[in-house]
Design a protein around this ligand. Sequence first.
Ligand SMILES: Cc1cc2nc3c(=O)[nH]c(=O)nc-3n(C[C@H](O)[C@H](O)[C@H](O)COP(=O)(O)OP(=O)(O)OC[C@H]3O[C@@H](n4cnc5c(N)ncnc54)[C@H](O)[C@@H]3O)c2cc1C
Length: 382
Amino acid sequence: MNFDLTEEQKIWKKIVHEFAEDVLRPKAREVDEKEEFNWEAVRKGGPVGLLGMNIPEEYGGSNVDAISNAIAMEEFGWGCGSTALAFTAHNGLGTAPIANYGSEELKKKWSPLVASGKNKLGSLALTEPGAGSDIQGGMLTRAEKDGGEWVINGSKMWNTNASIAEYIITLVRTDPKGGSKSLSMILVPTDAKGLSIAPAEKKMGLRGSPTHGVTYDNVRVPLGNLIGPEGRGLQQTLATLDAGRISIGAISIGLARGALEASVAYARERKAFGQSISEFQAIQFKIANMEMEIEVARNYIYKAAWLKDQGRPYSKEAAIAKLYATEMAERVTYEAIQIHGGYGYSREYPVERMYRDARLMTIGEGTSEIQRLVISRHVFAG
Ligand SMILES: Cc1cc2nc3c(=O)[nH]c(=O)nc-3n(C[C@H](O)[C@H](O)[C@H](O)COP(=O)(O)OP(=O)(O)OC[C@H]3O[C@@H](n4cnc5c(N)ncnc54)[C@H](O)[C@@H]3O)c2cc1C
């Protein structure tokens, strides 16, 4: 594996970093405090390809490789955790299933619309009030055929972007008998009759990223809104989550990097016992550990992304990358607050927000416990 970025990837990194610095960072605190979404990021991100990273060029996307996607997600996480989550929910969850499994008609109709930045985004609803990790066994949302339409009933929970989305790709049970071939993905436009989006959840962090409960009351959509073959929803979901895990890990690296940079700047300035706290070995060692963990996590994220780009299996590596990077971000943001002392606990400094934002990363797109299950299954399978 070659750890050097290509010239194209280096240019991409510069573009995305500048975007994060100019459009995300300045508003990160405001979107968190006001619990508002950063629409400017969508309007400005669309034209530079940040909303079409998983969409082929013929459908209006930039279709970047997996390493470039990880680079972008790290920069987004560095800029603003909330907007980073909205962008990964859009790119990885909301657009990738259409690009990978959708019909020509769906690709033509929806992909250019949500990649442009002129409209709303995409989203994916898997989780339900009573089922998250156990999506296969516990899912209750049903879709039945009636004439030329699907009729959908049920409810979803924790749907990122629902209120700022053109559509919600919804995982539904199409075969009541159950089993691994009983689930399917269906695209539901957010203006469909019978679809209700609840007010945004009041969250601990990522407060500029709207998350909603959604209910489906006899929602009717054309049969052609099925994404992929009927009964393949579980397999499509698992593959979508493998890729999504690299992105969540990369966002975590961005959050941790932001916290480290803030800690270094603070440690240089702050004086105690007549000297800069950066001269205390205890602080130096914390900084060294933070740097080490970020470097290790990034290298592993790139490895998982590289495997994906090679078309090789990467499910175990994506789980390791997510597990390590997300738990690493918790440790790093924790230490960042410690280095800031009392000021770290204040909203005047960004590290408390980064700490709150990082907390979700070990839960969304598969909890740490689920990552350990995935990894151990691979190990036992030999
Ligand atoms: C801010 C936010 C945004 C989200 N965005 C989306 C989204 O856009 N779309 C979407 O579909 N979902 C989304 N989610 C949902 C998220 O993916 C789920 O919360 C997550 O998968 C866990 O599911 P759960 O909450 O039902 O927890 P549960 O599955 O009920 O788990 C509870 C606890 O039990 C543990 N556990 C469960 N099963 C096992 C097992 N077999 N072995 C060991 N431990 C186990 C879990 O690890 C966890 O600690 C979001 C959640 C949040 C908080």
